[in-house]
Write a protein of this length. Structure first.
Length: 409
């Protein structure tokens, strides 16, 4: 090959390079996740971050998971390291079906599709159901990554008003009649970002509205096992009116470990087959060895006992945050008392802008997530989300003392 110095003198000018095609138009209206950007900003160990909805790493059952992987690799390595079926490991699906059935939702293994995290489950459903321009209804405020997913699909996302108990049934009825939606997406139990739980009566109203107006319900349930007080509310998927039109999304991220990237969807047969085809195009199948290890863990370990340990720790942390909020927040602030999950939703008094104040908070080595990005409709500038799961009660107390300095005027 000739170097630049040895290029023949009579060689002509280099051919100009043609510009590359631009990124797909679907990216134009979809921004990066503010939560992910804040997590990068607050990665310094001295920052006490209430921003991310991260499980507490010291509560991972490392020994149990290591044993599960060791047994899988010792007993059947050729299977664990090979390609597998798109639908998912049969033993894992059977175990998940048994857990759902025990909690009041009769389920067979064949009702389930294992996914690479429940986020992929939402993406597959969107691929299978949502054409560009189709109407998707969401709670307002809503889980951020769902808004991103629907944005990539080119959906017209329409917010449904909420109050302290979640989606307002009368508003849902009026909007569904007007907009003819394809689906309604919601997190009914310990919602992200608000921590709210939709009461049983409203769940029935949602099911009836879906039957009346002919739309799908996507019921996302990553936090349902993290209940610290109160009675469990049945899934919408368990309502007879909704049985043929509800997709339940579940995850192992909050009860085992998010690094597994294991989730699942439970859907009627026709839609589930469409999601299988979409998954074949996306990644063929979820990691064989991770599925096998999770199935082995469920066989050999007591996940319910492990979840009880997690719940006890998170309950203490939630209470520490609730106890410290009156001194940390400006007078006139409001916040809720979630019965479970990972988040407390705060509304600052009029005149406070949570987004503008975040820089000041980080300067005091504490962080939160402003609430504005979670809104599909008009945002509330005074809203913010606080996660209480990642830090000990003492660290939460110190973080709230730092937060108080951020709001001092």
């Amino acid at each position: 090959m000739l170097s630049a110095a040895s290029t023949p003198a009579n060689a002509g000018p280099a051919t100009p390079s043609a510009p590359l095609p631009a990124a797909a138009a679907r990216l134009a209206g979809v921004g990066a996740s503010p939560v992910r950007e804040i997590l990068a900003l607050t990665a310094r160990p001295e920052v006490i971050s209430f921003a991310g909805g991260l499980p507490a790493p010291e509560l991972f059952d490392v020994a149990g998971m290591r044993a599960a992987y060791d047994r899988v690799l010792a007993e059947n390595p050729r299977h664990a390291l090979q390609y597998s079926t798109t639908e998912g490991d049969p033993e894992l699906r059977t175990a998940v079906a048994g857990r759902l059935t025990a909690r009041g939702l009769p389920t067979d293994a064949d009702d389930l599709l294992v996914t690479t995290g429940s986020q992929q489950a939402l993406t597959l459903l969107t691929t299978a159901l949502v054409d560009p321009g189709a109407v998707v209804l969401v709670e307002d405020p809503c889980y951020l990554a769902a808004l991103q997913t629907f944005g990539f699909a080119g959906a017209r996302v329409v917010p449904v008003p909420t109050d302290d108990e979640g989606v307002v049934p009368a508003a849902l009825e009026e909007i569904a009649a007007r907009e003819k939606p394809t689906l309604l997406y919601l997190v009914p139990t310990f919602q992200n970002p608000t921590g709210r739980t939709l009461p049983a009566g409203r769940r029935t109203a949602v099911a009836e509205a879906a039957a009346r107006h002919g739309f799908w319900i996507v019921e996302d349930d990553p936090y349902g096992e993290l209940r610290y007080e109160g009675e469990r509310v049945p899934w919408i998927a368990a309502a007879p009116e909704a049985a043929d039109r509800t997709v339940l999304l579940g995850s192992f991220s909050k009860v085992m470990a998010p690094g597994l990237r294991l989730g699942y969807l439970r859907a009627p047969a026709g839609l589930r087959r469409s999601c299988v085809v979409a998954k074949q195009a996306a990644d063929l199948h979820t990691s064989t060895i991770d599925q096998a290890a999770a199935a082995r863990y469920l066989r050999d370990s007591d996940l319910d006992a492990h979840v009880a340990v997690i719940r006890a720790a998170y309950r203490e942390r939630r209470d520490a945050m609730l106890d410290g909020l009156p001194a940390a927040l400006p007078g006139g602030s409001r916040w809720n008392r979630p019965e479970g999950g990972m988040f407390v939703w705060v509304t600052l008094p009029e005149g406070y802008d949570a987004t503008a104040l975040l820089k000041t908070a980080v300067g005091h080595e504490v962080a939160y997530v402003p609430g504005a990005p979670f809104f599909c409709g008009a945002p509330d500038p005074g809203a913010l989300r606080l996660s209480f799961t990642t830090h000990s009660a003492d660290e939460i107390g110190e973080g709230l003392r730092r937060l108080a300095k951020s709001f001092a005027r």
